[in-house]
Design a protein around this ligand. Structure first.
Ligand code: FES
Length: 122
């Protein structure tokens, strides 16, 4: 069996698939990635794991360019994945771009598989 690792941009759906202040979860190689849309249509992608105790960030509350984790209320910066002070920790982020209304995520050095998608609203 051949296993190919490469970096590439993957289309994960339309911007309109995600409600403003909502999130969509895509899974690459078993890793759930939360894709967020802000009120101003900015899009961010980071592992769907809170750096505190692994809470599902996709189910948090999006505000400005941040998400508040639903479990214990840590606030995570969507652009960097970093917890805001005084909390410390970081969730891995992924490059995202929107081209002609389609959201693309750059996945680096992962086996090529098709994503499963699920849309969540907050
Ligand atoms: S798991 Fe996110 S704040 Fe605790």
């Amino acid at each position: 069996m051949n296993s190919t690792l490469k970096s590439a941009w993957y289309t994960i759906g339309q911007l309109t698939d995600i409600p403003r202040l909502g999130a969509k979860v895509v899974t690459f190689h078993g890793q759930p990635i939360a894709v967020f849309r802000t009120q101003t249509d900015d899009v961010f992608a980071l592992n769907d794991l809170c750096p505190h105790k692994g809470g599902p960030l996709s189910q948090g509350i999006v505000h400005d360019h941040k998400v508040t984790c639903p479990l214990h209320g840590w606030v995570i910066e969507l652009d960097s994945g970093s917890a805001t002070a005084p909390d410390e920790g970081c969730s891995h982020t992924y490059p995202v771009r929107v081209t002609a209304g389609k959201i693309e995520i750059e996945i680096q050095n992962m086996a090529v598989i098709e994503p499963n998608t699920e849309t969540l609203s907050t």
